[in-house]
Write a protein that binds this ligand. Sequence first.
Ligand SMILES: C[S@@+](CC[C@H](N)C(=O)[O-])C[C@H]1O[C@@H](n2cnc3c(N)ncnc32)[C@H](O)[C@@H]1O
Length: 270
Amino acid sequence: MSGRSARGAGRARPSAGSGADAAAGYPGGMPEPRTFRDEPVSFVRRSGRMSEAQERAFAELAPHYLLDVPRDVAWTSVHPEARLDPAAEYGREAPLIVEVGSGQGHAIVAAASSRPAEDFLAVEVFRAGLARTMLDADRAGARNLRLVEANAPEVLSSYLPEAAASEVWIFFPDPWHKKRHTKRRLVRPGFGATAGAAIRDGGLLRLATDWEDYALQMREVLDGAPEFERAFEGEWAERFDGRVMTAFERKGLAKGRDIRDLTYRRVPRA
Ligand SMILES: C[S@@+](CC[C@H](N)C(=O)[O-])C[C@H]1O[C@@H](n2cnc3c(N)ncnc32)[C@H](O)[C@@H]1O
């Protein structure tokens, strides 16, 4: 199974997120998951209708930008046998940079339009953000960008072929700052194997957050992951100059928080 077929054709099995959690607003009425492999997912479905412009973006721009992913149990799931074929999808062989949780798409649209020799993939579950990303990408003429509306760990661990990405970016992931919610964080024990599957030997995992406790957790998780080694000296990495300022970074700064970057290198596979 590959990219542009059978949208929503995955088996609709009941999931932990069915019933009251069922996704009004998600195409096909498929439920949203609360768990992935028995662990909580790192997002909650944001409510709110899309504007007319956003609906139009989906109708007009999705055929070019949005990957048509075979689903499994829920709308943001990825069928375990589905695989992206990057060379076929982008029409060439080029380094692939993946941004997880791309939000409104500011960082990835800026990167894609200024780095035409590389290909970019935005992974996001927030539909209005995906619509905004497509509108901005279209305006910027970025043809080397694709979007996938799916749960990022499933994209990293199975939808992308092993070692397909030269870099994975995770900027300002949801901090889940309440003690009882930290288990929902995207970067938690085990995430090294998830990201490490997608990144080629020597490739980079770049992270940034304004939440100190999460920065410490990211560093602890990735320092302990056999798939990665530090690609920075000292306590934290330098600010990644390929990262444009987004509203989340600006908000963190306005609240007086320090922004912490981390960069890890994928160690060669045995
Ligand atoms: C705090 S926002 C930051 C957005 C963007 N990186 C920025 O700096 O502006 C985090 C984003 O990650 C997305 N997200 C969280 N968990 C996700 C997951 N498991 N798969 C895909 N996207 C996810 C959320 O929908 C949200 O848009």
